[in-house]
Design a protein around this ligand. Structure first.
Ligand code: 5GP
Ligand code: ZN
Length: 112
């Protein structure tokens, strides 16, 4: 399958890995939008948030506990933001479910 993040998970494309277990992979974004910006993805290919179903809800739940664990490890006690973009108008550019974690500056709300 021609999927960028599947290739990153498989190690075919290098990434700056933060965390990995049997279900989840986390790595730094190549174009950071904040002093801390990493992505947390399921190892199974799910094309986006609109494709989450009962088969994938366990791994999606796990992603959020991994995010909390990494936030503690990276000492993001001042706060952080978790974002997932969906579809063209939602700003999704990679067709493999991913959660952005942004931190290290004041993040504006609402997003543009
Ligand atoms: P989206 O726009 O789909 O919400 O997020 C995709 C993210 O993937 C973007 O923030 C982009 O910078 C990041 N990205 C795209 N290609 C690569 C890559 O090859 N390596 C890494 N580490 N991040 C990437
Ligand atoms: Zn994929």
């Amino acid at each position: 399958m021609d999927c960028l993040f599947c290739k990153i998970i498989a190690g075919e494309i290098p990434s700056k890995k933060l965390y990995e277990d049997e279900d989840v992979y986390a790595f730094y974004d190549i174009e950071p939008q904040a002093p801390v910006h990493f992505l947390v993805v399921p190892k199974m290919h799910i094309s986006g948030p609109d494709q989450i179903d009962e088969k994938s809800e366990r791994v999606v739940g796990k992603i959020f506990s991994v995010i909390a664990m990494l936030a503690k490890e990276l000492k993001l006690e001042k706060g952080y933001r978790v974002v997932t973009n969906c579809g063209e108008e939602g700003g999704q550019t990679v067709g493999h479910l991913h959660y952005h974690v942004l931190a290290g500056r004041n993040l504006s709300w609402p997003p543009g």
